[in-house]
Design a protein around this ligand. Structure first.
Ligand SMILES: [Zn+2]
Length: 165
């Protein structure tokens, strides 16, 4: 069976591993702005090399829940989430091609295989927390933005690193 390659906007116009079928989402496609890049993407679609698939809403919900769990939701765009959802939908068959650190982090968290296009690859799963720079109080909930103790703005900190599970 051919491997499913799930492509972010950089991967859409770059070199991809041979022998796979490329997929992306309409939201990622919309991020391709330049006419040269759009022409490359259109050629790939016309040759059947690339399919544009809208992920099911159940996988979008799962993607969002994963992003909340790792603390990456605040830095992910809707397009990023749609791509993660598509990778979840392709499950075991998928290789996610992205340079986005937050997407890589969540993918590792969920044992989705990741390949970077030209960026650095993260090796450890990071769990984000919120830390108060004033009083040092921590929030387990990465989406909380204000310190409950003193009202200061919380900063995003990688306080826990674990090996790949
Ligand atoms: Zn505080």
């Amino acid at each position: 069976m051919k491997k499913a390659l799930v492509l972010d906007s950089h991967a859409l116009t770059g070199a991809v591993p041979s022998g796979g079928i490329c997929y992306t989402t309409p939201q990622i496609l919309a991020e391709v702005k330049s006419s040269v890049d759009r022409a490359i993407v259109e050629a790939r679609r016309e040759s059947g090399e690339l399919s544009v698939v809208e992920p099911d809403s159940t996988f979008l919900e799962e993607a969002e829940a994963l992003a909340v769990a790792t603390g990456d939701l605040s830095v992910l765009s809707r397009a990023d989430l749609s791509l993660l959802a598509l990778a979840l939908q392709m499950d075991e068959e998928a290789l996610l091609l992205t340079d986005d650190f937050a997407l890589q982090n969540i993918a590792l968290h969920r044992n989705i295989r990741v390949q970077t296009i030209r960026g650095r690859r993260i090796e450890d799963v990071i769990v984000w927390m919120r830390l108060c720079p004033v009083c040092g109080s921590r929030s387990e909930d990465p989406e909380v933005r204000t310190c409950v103790e003193c009202g200061a703005s919380l900063t995003r900190k990688a306080v826990s690193k674990r090996g790949r599970c």
